[in-house]
Structure formats: structure tokens, C-alpha cells
Design a protein around this ligand. Sequence first.
Ligand SMILES: *Cc1c(COP(=O)(O)O)cnc(C)c1O
Length: 397
Amino acid sequence: MNAIELEGKYCAKNYLPLPVVLVRGEGVWLWDEDGNKYLDMMSAYSAVSHGHSNPRLVKVFQEQAGKLAIVSRAYYTNKLGPLAKKLCEISGLDMMLPMNTGAEAVETGIKASRLWGYKVKNIPENKAEIIVAEGNFHGRTTTIIGFSSEKEYQDGFGPFTAGFNLVPYGDVSAIEKAITPNTCAVMVEPIQGEGGIKLPSENYIRELRRVCDENNVLLMLDEIQSGFGRTGKMFCFEHDNILPDILLLGKALGGGMMPLSAVIGKKEVMELFVPGSHGSTFGGNPLACTVGLEALKILEEENLIENSAELGAYMMDELRKINSPAIKKVRGRGLWIGVVIKPDIITARKFCEMLKEEGVLSKETHETVVRFAPPLIITKEQIDWVLEKIRKVLAEI
Ligand SMILES: *Cc1c(COP(=O)(O)O)cnc(C)c1O
């Protein structure tokens, strides 16, 4: 059996991959088993911002793997503290809690805000409410899908966790109206990535900060995908000059090499966790922390955030210049761009399949949006190459 047949027979089919079998990656490039080369415009949903097998990350990974990888947090290590300090410094927040996947960070953020609700805001037991936005994507645990507005994510998986209140995305007054004395937090993505790279109105996040302050409610931002330079700033909230109370991070934090996520928050929230109240066997392991710290240094030292801002703006401009009846709209921020396709002319999936034939790997989201989110190390020449391929595919339609 070949690789596709093996997966087909032995793997649950919770994905529908493009028919390409990848065997090697280097920088922005990927190779399949037949030696064909592709430019990765997906970056594993933005987890590979540093490029595939980034040499600096491979080096520290190998060194640390040969020294000490996992001990659990039953002991101190010399690697978690430095990463925690760095994350607090770059975010402006006070304390962190390490986990592995994004969904775990979200679950941890939910716990943190509920703890604060009971211990500080004095919400009656089991009454805490969290306001979330329609079109959200925060992960795939049963609690998280329970407050998704996507029926596809929920179908067959109930019953769901109580205590979430869904309101339209981008609508501050809807959130203001939904707040009750039992509301502990508002949790949103500053840009909805899986929702189709949807940007809220200009002042949304800043207004949310004000509404949360006025009502003694925590603002929890899920920057698992938007963080670490993806939008042209270290964190997307910097575009709005505000600070959240709780920040959820993951994906690119692991340098495209390790699952590593984190919850960072203000001291008055994070200090409420006590020994035994939360945990993770792999969370904060020295191997992941070593890679994570180096990944943050690379972002700064190699100017990847500036690159994202500059080349993202350039690519978006160039895409908007393309005159094609198949394109409805181009939107995004930094190197995080969604091209909205008119499905009556071509489906986003078909568009991605055609791009694949030209050596560009992308991914549709919600049938109508093709996303472009390359590693942040991409060069202008490589973007021009991709643009050429996109123009070619559009001309063929
Ligand atoms: C990917 C993602 C998650 C979930 O992360 P996993 O590592 O897949 O669990 C949560 N929130 C946002 C905004 C994401 O993009």
C-alpha cells in the first residue's frame, strides 16, 4: 500500500488532505515523495512561521534532546523560567502557565477566568459565564466545540459544557448587552483565522477593553494563530494599543517543531492557580521550552515581524491588483491573507488543488476562502513567484 492508501485504511478520516505525500521541508519549501517541490503558503496553520527545519531550532532541539527532554513539573528545570520571563516581557503581562496544544491553552484560560470569577469577583458557585463570538475557532475539545457556531464541529459530540454565551463577532454592543453580574470573561480572537481570516471593525478590540474594564470582566484574547508576528506585530493586540488580561498562545511558539502553548496573564488572575489545581505531563518540558525561547529570539533577531508587515502589505496590494471574476475580496493583516473566492465560478478547494499543481500549497477555509500564510522568513522574490502562479491559475479558470 502507498502512503495515501495506508492512511486511508488505518487512520480515522477526520481530515481530507490534498493528495500530496510530503517527505521533506526546508525553509518555505516542501518536497513530496516524487521529488516535486512546493512553496508552503499554509505553514501548518501558522505553526511553521520560522520555516521548516529552521537550522537554529534544529540545533538547539538536538542539543537539548541529547541532554534533557522531559521530567514533568514535579521538578524544576533550568528551561521553563527563562521562557516564562521572555513571554511576560514581550507581552507586558505577569505570569505564564505552559501547556502543549492550543486547545489546552484555551481550556486553561477558561479555568483561569472562572477561578478569578469565583475567587475575586465572587460569582456564585457554578454560575460563571464566558462570552464568546460567533464564527470562533478555539480548538476541538468537547468544552470548546460546545460554544462553536459551526454545526459541523458539534455534530454527534454533545452534551456540551454550560456557561458560554455566543454573540455576533465584531459587535461591541452585543457583548455589552450579554454581560451579566456572573460574566467572568469575554474570549475572542482579534482576527478570526479559521473563521476565514475575518477582521473585525477598526475599534473592536479597543472598545472591548473599555467594556470589560467598565464591567469588571476579564478580556481574554486567543492569539494562538494571530500571535508571534503573523499580523505584522508581535501580538495582534498591539495594533490596538491595549493589553488583555489573559493571552492564549500556541502554534508558532513551538517553532514548527514542538507542540508548545502558553497562557499568559495578569498576576491577580494567574496567582489563583495553586498546586494541584491544574497540570499537564508534557507542559513546560525543557525540550519544548528550549525550542520556544530560541523561536522567540529568532523572531526578533531576524526581523521576521517587520518582514511579515512589509511583505504582507505588498502581497495584499498585488493580489488586489489582480482583475479576476473569481475573486470577490482580498483581506488580511501581515502575512495572513484570505482571498475570498466566488464559489459559483470556482470552489476554494478546487482553487487550492490547481495551485498545488503549480507548486503552491495552500488551504481553503469555509469553502470560499483561500488562505495565504507562508513562513515569516519568506522573501519578496518568493512572494513574486507565488503571485505569478496565482495569476496563472486565475487565468486558466
Ligand atoms: C489552531 C487554533 C487553536 C487550537 O490549537 P490546537 O493546537 O490545534 O489545539 C485555538 N485557537 C485558535 C485561534 C487557533 O487558530
